[in-house]
Design a protein around this ligand. Structure first.
Ligand SMILES: NC(=O)c1ccc[n+]([C@@H]2O[C@H](COP(=O)([O-])OP(=O)(O)OC[C@H]3O[C@@H](n4cnc5c(N)ncnc54)[C@H](OP(=O)(O)O)[C@@H]3O)[C@@H](O)[C@H]2O)c1
Length: 250
């Protein structure tokens, strides 16, 4: 998918006013920064992650800033389609709506030759980084369709880099999402549900540390530098990136 010219503007305080946004991977590097930025922009947050103490810390930071958030502890590795249906039902029961879905959860355990990758690790990488993202999105689509304007944002890693040797299931999942974004966009073009990708540059997170802290020194950014880009795509202004994978300047 082609990059489009950077168009990042600081998120305005009201950009997500009245919207309910589900952040998947909300206690990760980008997920946490994005959740806080969404709350500052007026969204009510559903914070999904697999570690309750870490989710609680994100929740507390949002509430201290005057925002509103609900925790949804879930491990994407073991979650079934029924679990995602239950998630959607609980969001509907609690909020009556869903306006945004931001996929930030990712699983990567370092560069490894495919030949030496444990079969279970290959399957886990494809599942968490691709299949679970789609299953969760699919379950939420009926709610997202009911909103006047809604957005699903897939945060993806550089497909050109991650289709090189040793990126394994994580890399293949990035290429899969590069196909998924325009495919789903085309299928939902006549609905209020906007589909886009966000391709940030290297960020100093736990995921990046699996590659090489040395190699990234000085190049990788704080994940907070991309938080406003997440808000932008989830807001009405993100319509300009509908169906695209956006590579904003940090
Ligand atoms: N960092 C970069 O340089 C970079 C560059 C381009 C794109 N990206 C993309 O940016 C997004 C965010 O990545 P990040 O750098 O912020 O990574 P991160 O800090 O490692 O965060 C990833 C999050 O996903 C969670 N996760 C992993 N497996 C899970 C599971 N089975 N169930 C639920 N949650 C699970 C992790 O939880 P645990 O803490 O429990 O593992 C963590 O909270 C990803 O889509 C990634 O591909 C990152």
């Amino acid at each position: 998918m082609n990059a489009v010219p950077p168009d990042a503007r600081p998120a305005t305080a009201a950009a997500l006013h009245g919207r309910v946004v589900l952040v998947v991977g909300a206690h990760g590097g980008l997920g946490r920064a994005a959740a806080l930025a969404c709350a500052r922009a007026g969204a009510r947050l559903v914070l999904l992650g697999r570690r309750v103490p870490k989710l609680n810390r994100v929740h507390d930071a949002i509430v201290q800033g005057g925002g509103e958030a609900t925790l949804y502890p879930l491990d994407l590795e073991g979650a079934s389609a029924d679990d995602y249906a239950e998630l959607a039902a609980r969001i509907e029961a609690e909020f009556g709506r869903l306006d945004g879905l931001l996929h930030c959860a990712a699983w990567f355990r370092g560069l490894t030759p495919l030949e030496h990758t444990e079969p279970a690790a290959f399957a886990r990488a494809l599942h968490v980084n691709l299949t679970a993202r789609w299953w969760l999105t699919q379950a939420c689509l009926p709610l997202l369709r009911r909103a006047a304007d809604s957005a699903v944002v897939f945060v993806i890693d550089d497909p050109d880099a991650t289709r090189q040797a040793y990126w394994g299931g994580y890399g293949i999942a990035q290429s899969g999402q590069q196909a998924l974004v325009p495919m789903l966009h085309a299928e939902l073009a006549a609905t209020p549900v906007r589909i886009s990708g966000l391709q940030p540059g290297p960020m100093r997170t736990a995921l990046r540390a699996q590659i090489s802290a040395e190699g990234d020194r000085g190049q990788a950014r704080d994940p907070g530098d991309y938080a406003d880009a997440c808000v932008h795509l989830l807001s009405a202004e993100g319509a300009a990136q509908r169906g695209r994978i956006w590579c904003p300047a940090p």
